[in-house]
Ligand binder design. Structure first.
Ligand code: ADP
Ligand code: MG
Length: 272
């Protein structure tokens, strides 16, 4: 696809909804008839497991295969790494092997671009590639940001995230300056919003007030719902059994915001 958009879903804090957002935003975009590839860039492989491949350490081809071949400049059909999910999204899985990559990359030429080079040929096949980042700002996350056009930052709304967000925005700014000038923050996504608690509401408002001038904060907020947590054990997205739930609606709305952002954009995010 000439206009494939690569989006990293990133936050160095764990448990903020990165993986859940990657899976459900991916399926929501597929429901809008977009061709979507999800990339699991976390050695924990939660995305791979939650989409129904729990024995990921037995998979012959993973993101590590792509990165090793890219590092060694070996000709290889990247499509061999792509798994097909029943809900219309494709997946490049991960496994624990990826954690070794953090070290191997250190002595590699163009080490920041290993993933970008590895997935370049796949861009012809997709409208969107979503990369589920690991909870750190190490070399694998830098590779994910270097390979991306946009970053979505999920933020847990019942935790005051000011310090973590500042660090992440700084890293995105550095990557933009030194490695990938085209990188932009697509938006901050408020997740795990418990509408019943005053703290969640106050935190959400604080984020909107403190960052809303500089960054796009998505209108869609992802509510806290036990269904969202439970589905990860089923290998399916929230759309397979709970398509009318609040969480499904929230991810549909988010997909509309992301998919329409070229046309409806009013604010350009700047992280410098
Ligand atoms: P991360 O990838 O940032 O570590 P996850 O997507 O794995 O975060 O989410 C962390 C935990 O919260 C998981 O157990 C997940 O099932 C749960 N979770 C995610 N989104 C929701 C939600 N909207 N409501 C309730 N639980 C959620
Ligand atoms: Mg995760």
């Amino acid at each position: 696809m000439p206009n494939c958009k690569v989006i990293a879903i990133a936050n160095q804090k764990g448990g903020v909804g990165k993986t859940t957002t990657t899976a459900n935003l991916g399926v929501a975009l597929a429901l809008r008839n977009k061709k979507v590839l999800l990339i699991d860039a976390d050695p924990q492989a939660d995305l791979t497991t939650s989409l129904g491949w729990p024995n990921r350490d037995e998979l012959p081809n993973t993101i590590s295969t792509i990165m090793i071949n890219s590092m060694q400049d070996i000709d290889f059909d990247t499509e061999d790494c792509v798994l097909k999910h029943t809900e219309g999204v494709d997946l490049i899985p991960s496994s624990i092997e990826l954690s070794a990559m953090e070290m191997s990359l250190v002595n590699t030429m163009s080490r920041e671009y290993t993933l970008k080079q590895g997935i370049e040929s796949l861009k012809d096949n997709y409208d969107y590639i979503l990369i589920d980042c690991m909870p750190s700002l190490g070399m694998i996350t830098i590779n994910s940001l270097a390979a991306s056009d946009k970053v979505i930052i999920p933020v847990q709304s019942h935790y005051l995230p000011a310090i973590g967000m500042t660090q992440l925005i700084k890293t995105v700014g550095q990557v933009k300056k030194q490695i990938n000038p085209g990188l932009e923050v697509e938006g901050v996504l408020l997740t795990l919003v418990d509408g019943r608690t005053k703290l969640a509401r106050t935190t959400a408002d604080t984020i909107r007030n403190n960052y809303g001038e500089k960054l796009t904060i998505f209108k869609s907020e992802i509510p806290m719902a036990i269904k969202a947590a439970e589905i990860s054990a089923t290998g399916r997205s929230i759309f397979s059994n709970h398509q009318n739930s609040n969480v499904a609606n929230a991810y549909s709305n988010l997909a509309r915001e992301v998919d329409g952002s070229g046309r409806h954009r009013t604010k350009s995010s700047d992280c410098r």
